[in-house]
Ligand binder design. Sequence first.
Ligand code: ADP
Ligand code: MG
Length: 540
Amino acid sequence: MEKKQFQAESKRLLEMMINSIYTQKEIFLRELISNASDAIDKIYYKALTDDNLVFDKDSYAIKITADQQNRTLTISDTGIGMTKEELENHLGVIAKSGSLAFKKENETKDDHTIIGQFGVGFYSAFMVADVVTVISKALNSEGAYKWESSGADGYTIEPCEKDTVGTDIILKIKENTEEESFDEFLDDYRLRSIIKKYSDFIRYPIKMDDEQINSMVPIWKKNKNELTPEDYENFYTEKHYGFDKPLKHIHISADGAVSYQAILYIPESIPFDYYSREYEKGLELYSSGVLIMNKCGELLPDYFSFVKGMVDSESLSLNISREMLQHDRQLKLIAKNIASKIKSQLKSMLQQEREKYEQFYKSFGRQLKYGVYSDFGSHKDALQDLLMFYSSKEKKLVTLEEYVAGMPEEQKYIYYASGESIERIEKLPQTELVAEKGYEILYFTEDIDEFAIKMLQSYKEKEFKSVSSSDLGIEGEENQSDADAENSEHQELFAYMSNLLAGKVTKVKASKRLKSHPVCLSTEGEVTIEMEKILSAMPN
Ligand code: ADP
Ligand code: MG
């Protein structure tokens, strides 16, 4: 029989699995059970939405059978199955986008960190098995097929016998070596505890000797008090929401105008593809416990696009299509509700867990600023209290609320200075007068900062003012008659300078603003120098 080759990327991952020194090899079972559960989800969903298909609720299950004599462990499911083509395409190739990041970012890391962070999926079976056999019969297809591989040198596919729709995965468990024993993966007691640990929430029965091992209550239906932070972390990992750990979870159980449960996560670090075109925001959407969509973008505003997680609602129809979702009233209500929960969670993090909030802000603060900028009308109130900027006085991030609270009575404006970096801004001549007055200055080091603030215009009735604007609103700032006198006295010099700098500046004049610097640039009107730089760098 012809042996087919794995796609190059898959081969690399596979080799790593085979030679893995990763200590938590047990996670292979979590991966295979989660695939079985996905496959049952698919057939269940089909049955619910297709009148021609009957689905007998009692007959779906995931069965785990260990055979110590033959050293095999079998994971069987009554899911949707795979056709010959699907066996080839899904098991011969890593289809998921994660593989890309995997290739780029992990070139130098050892496999311990990679396996811990990466959703390894089906191939993790090779951590514990020499040979992996997949026997599958797809829904609505005639025959069954057997896929088999004993490692990186390729796989075979041939027709075989199987009466019922579904998939059996048969692992030939590795022989023990001097360093390592694999017997535990054939031991019933040990297998039960692995299932309990990682797969308790799986919504279909996981059976051994006909006994159900998992409690089957999905985590989002459980009471918050029953759950530990580890439970939420495990769910995050099991769902492959990210390769990191969640910084914060939000568990919502809403009963009211619209009823739904949700588990949302704020990731600890920026997803590898976050700032690329490939990144797709969205939450998993379930209707009465059945997964209907992997990424429902309508559930999250862009400025919270970093949030991961799932929503389950009884108020949504199973038959809902992507197009219909956009107009669904229930879904809109849920989305609105979710956005306000995220906001209040972030606010309380800001108030009670400052360090954590700052960590969050370093990763995703930029997104909040884009939110203020792009759709100011509706998001201003939601977002302005979550913004932070580096402060000249505190030498750390402060909120606008903190800034305003610290303003002396006579201070009229919220002052800011823009520049490439904190160090650069500190050297700006324009900051001198404001700083000498003892006023705090916010440092804007990101392109988006000034644009966002222009949208806000003011905070608590205090307007924002760039330190390089011509009118700083500081008493006695520029004694007009003094300046006028100097202007007329040096009229010739200034005219000569303007001439030299023609096309670069519009006017040269005397200023009383500077303390230790001889000269500075300032602007008249709305657009500041920093904004001009950004605007002129933009492609037309
Ligand atoms: P993922 O689950 O993230 O897609 P995996 O490597 O775990 O990645 O699985 C690859 C693909 O193989 C799945 O997406 C699915 O299409 C298919 N697959 C794996 N196991 C099964 C199964 N038990 N039943 C049906 N399809 C399966
Ligand atoms: Mg999987």
